[in-house]
Design a protein around this ligand. Sequence first.
Ligand code: SF4
Length: 90
Amino acid sequence: MDGSKINDKAVTEEMLLEEGYRKYSGEDLDIYYSKDICAHIGNCVRGNKAVFEVGRRPWIIADNGGIEEDIRVINTCPSGALKYIRKDGK
Ligand code: SF4
């Protein structure tokens, strides 16, 4: 699933916060997570434990992965619980 969009529309921070996503800020991109949407399938944790680690606080640390790596893992989330917004305008 494309983590930069919802229903084919590019996500905005306003949209995500309104939908109940929580923000995990990084230097190059911000990751957003909705626990209500999460299906606990674990692709994120299996994908990169440095970025996504259940039980750690915060459980998502965007800067522990590169921008492309973060996006790769986010896009494996099947439920849409993970979204991202790049800060480089790409
Ligand atoms: S990949 Fe998505 S649905 Fe699966 S545990 Fe991670 S956030 Fe939840």
